[in-house]
Design a protein. Sequence first.
Length: 93
Amino acid sequence: MALLTIISHFVFIALAFVGLQSLRLDRYIGPAQQNSFRLVLVMVAVALGFACSSFFYELCGQCGTSIISDLNKYSNFRRSNNWKRLLCVAGIS
């Protein structure tokens, strides 16, 4: 699980870096400030990528918990034979 988290962070950081580079903000910065701007760009990409990765990872965790909870409810419903009563009430049986 930890390896998946690290890979997710690196992928989202790379996507954020490429996205920020595509904005071409470096043309508004003077030649003397290019190195500083690149450092700021990397730091912003790390922050943005980490935040997006954490959000995505948490969203997947919540969806997975919800799906597992729904499956448990369904299996408890099947085991309790309530589904037979439901079919009788609906007139299907």
